[in-house]
Design a binder for this molecule. Structure first.
Ligand code: SF4
Length: 185
């Protein structure tokens, strides 16, 4: 199977470069998990990377991971997001940290960057976390182009399907379902 992890690392490098340039204006820091909202799904190839990561853990590490998932945490309750709406945390968020951090999906590696995408009317829309850039704006040239990123993730899915015809399943996997699956493994 092609190693698609470099694509994930590229997303991470984009974030690091963005953060380096704008660190004075960004609130992103360990312990902030407001981007980690529930209802997320990933392409099957990213779900496969998470599954492979889990299967590579030792029996003791798997047991510890499962134990961590089972512990109820007040920080995993619904919360009011920075837009004032109620959100549920991602199924993999335990406390304020990601329990699959090493294998987290590409989009998670870019959380905190300013984003741009094309609207249905063809205009470019920009967005960023309101916790960042409270007194300034990032330059549009540094935005993460979501349309391009999604195209790359789709392309990776095609490669995954071509190389794993026997593993054809759903195109996208809900992270909550994936966590339930890992707990049963
Ligand atoms: S997978 Fe991890 S980084 Fe991504 S949203 Fe969930 S908890 Fe956050």
């Amino acid at each position: 199977m092609s190693d698609l992890k470099p694509l994930q690392r590229k997303a991470e490098h984009s974030f690091n470069a963005f953060f380096e340039k704008y660190k004075e204006d960004m609130a992103c820091a360990q312990g902030c998990s407001r981007c980690c909202v529930g209802g997320l799904s990933v392409f099957a190839w990213e779900a496969a990377i998470i599954t492979d990561w889990f299967h590579a853990l030792s029996p003791e590490q798997k047991a510890a991971w499962k134990e961590r998932q089972e512990v109820p945490s007040s920080q995993n309750q619904p919360f009011i997001n920075s837009d004032g709406d109620e959100d549920r945390p991602c199924a993999f968020l335990r406390g304020d940290s990601c329990s699959i951090y090493e294998a987290r999906p590409s989009l998670c590696r870019t959380q905190g960057m300013a984003l741009s995408l094309k609207s249905e009317q063809g205009e470019r829309l920009r967005d960023w976390c309101p916790l960042n850039f409270s007194t300034s704006e990032p330059q549009a040239q540094d935005d993460l182009n979501l349309d391009q990123l999604n195209a790359m993730l789709s392309q990776a899915q095609l490669i995954h399907e071509r190389e794993n015809p026997e593993a054809l399943g759903p195109l996208r996997v809900d992270l909550s379902d994936l966590r339930d699956y890992l707990l049963r493994c």
